[in-house]
Design a protein. Structure first.
Length: 212
């Protein structure tokens, strides 16, 4: 029996679902002008920028087909869109001259992960010796319903580990006590994490997703 996976830290807001931001194409958001909410007026503090949610997380990958297979086959993501784009707007947006991109969006539950491959020009690889105390370190966390089954599945697919084994966070950290966690890497070396929350911690929707 396969574990259930739920992507965390990616939240769609009701507002963005009803009134989506303008797009240059389906893959990449267009820059947009500042609104009144983000303007600082004389004699007053800076007003809220009106941010309501994290729309998605993005990773730059070197081989799109390989990465899509990894996320869909191993972690049960579903492909939502697959676009190839280029032109001055994209070069300006990415600040990369002559940029030609392949952009794939993947869904897990109600959340989105965006993968981008620079078909031209190719960029530098993720540093092979990256560690969690490096200042560029970042990761995507995925909630699982059963850590033991999820860990066994990762080992079945021979993923590169980032932790020695799943770890139980100690009671000395009250807000995290009882959480089990394990780091591993995607095909490009980006760090991913699987998490299992005890019944008294975490968003209720993560427990509902895990109970299905």
């Amino acid at each position: 029996m396969k574990p259930r996976w739920t992507l965390v830290l990616l939240v769609w807001s009701t507002a963005s679902a009803q009134s989506p931001q303008p797009w240059i194409g389906r893959g990449i958001p267009a820059p947009h002008a500042a609104t009144a909410d983000s303007v600082e007026t004389a004699g007053s503090q800076t007003k809220s920028a009106g941010a309501v949610a994290v729309q998605m997380v993005g990773l730059t990958v070197s081989d799109m087909d390989r990465s899509v297979e990894f996320f869909t086959r191993l972690l049960d993501f579903t492909k939502v869109s697959d676009d190839e784009v280029e032109g001055p707007a994209y070069a300006a947006l990415e600040n990369v001259s002559g940029a030609r991109l392949r952009v794939v969006r993947l869904r897990l539950g109600g959340e989105l992960l965006q993968l981008t491959q620079f078909l031209a020009p190719e960029g530098r690889p993720f540093p092979a010796d990256s560690r969690s105390n490096d200042q560029w370190f970042q990761h995507v966390a995925i909630i699982v319903s059963d850590m033991d089954r999820a860990y066994a599945r990762l080992r079945q697919f021979k993923v590169r580990p980032g932790s020695t084994s799943p770890q139980l966070l100690p009671k000395t950290i009250p807000n995290a006590a009882g959480i089990r966690a394990f780091y591993f890497r995607d095909p490009d070396g980006h760090f991913l994490e699987i998490l299992q929350f005890p019944p008294d911690k975490g968003d209720p929707k993560w427990h509902r997703a895990g109970a299905r």
